[in-house]
Ligand binder design. Structure first.
Ligand SMILES: [Zn+2]
Length: 297
């Protein structure tokens, strides 16, 4: 099985990478991985993560395709309500920069966001590596989502907005992909990137049990400093950063489960709530962040 051994930080090119934390794959393989920290830009790297050809088996779980439409049960109902709320929030964020236009969503999944934006009047395109998810997007919403490989065949400067919701932390070829994404966006166009925030208060609180490390599926864990530098290296300027309020609840519940806590729902929910309260005092504390970046060259 191929593994990727990192000796140079992919963001700032420093070789000052030191041991940060050992983290287990709690959800699927139960294997342990080492996180390295770049002393210069504070990027965390999942050391020796499986390469592109061999990472597939780490996604083989019902959890990763559980985004079905059943509305049974309280948790499910809550989940669906939170999802609709989040979709409207994302739409609002995008439309604060531009009313309507051409939007490319990378990592479309089963198509909820893309369909929502299409209904709001956007001309939408979506790319997704998982064939099963593309099929669901087609059946559920009539969306023609393309294979992610199509990223390299799209027309330059043809999109006003590109969105990547919890995708970049899964991408092996960070720099190649971001260079290509830059070329697809029109001058002064927008890139929205949501990723977990390893500098958040709940990441510090849960340590090795923090659910959003999600190794080895998450290859990189972006500090705000690393993300801003990465985007700058690829011709983008981060204009603002927003927290994702409901992620804290979800991440805390899952983290409590990984810790083996029997009061998971209560304490996790409270920890999540606390993270939210603190996040209102400083967006950098939020367990996930959305970076709103404008193409500058
Ligand atoms: Zn670095």
């Amino acid at each position: 099985m191929g593994k990727v051994h990192t000796t140079i930080c992919p963001v700032c090119k420093s070789d000052a990478l030191s041991h940060y934390l050992n983290v287990r794959d709690h959800s699927i393989s139960k294997e342990e991985f080492e996180l390295l920290k770049c002393e210069k830009c504070e990027l965390l790297v999942t050391q020796n993560h499986p390469d592109e050809a061999s990472i597939g088996r780490y996604y083989e779980s019902d959890d990763y395709i559980s985004h079905t439409n059943t509305t049974k049960g309280l948790v499910n109902q809550l989940y669906h309500r939170v999802r609709s709320y989040m979709l409207r929030q994302k739409q609002k964020l995008v439309e604060r920069q531009q009313a309507v236009g051409r939007l490319l969503d990378i990592g479309t999944g089963t198509g909820y966001f893309l369909s929502h934006m299409q209904n709001a009047g956007w001309n939408v395109s979506g790319l997704e590596p998982d064939a099963g998810a593309r099929k669901v997007a087609k059946e559920q919403f009539g969306l023609e989502v393309e294979n992610i490989k199509k990223l390299w065949e799209l027309e330059p400067k043809s999109y006003d907005v590109v969105t990547m919701w919890h995708v970049l932390e899964h991408v092996h070829s960070l720099n190649d992909d971001l260079a290509q994404i830059n070329s697809l966006i029109r001058d002064d166009g927008w890139l929205f990137i949501a990723v977990p925030n390893p500098t958040s208060s709940d990441a510090r609180h849960y340590g090795e049990f923090w659910a959003a490390y999600d190794v080895p599926r998450h290859l990189w864990h972006f500090s705000p400093k690393a993300m801003k530098l990465l985007l700058k290296n690829h011709g983008f300027e981060v204009m603002s950063t927003k927290g994702m309020p409901f992620d804290a609840f979800y991440v805390s519940l899952l983290s409590e489960k990984y810790k083996g806590s029997s009061f998971g729902i209560v304490t996790g929910g409270l920890a999540g709530l606390w993270t939210n309260i603190k996040a209102t005092g400083g967006v950098q504390q939020s367990s996930s962040l959305i970076y709103i970046a404008q193409k500058s060259n």
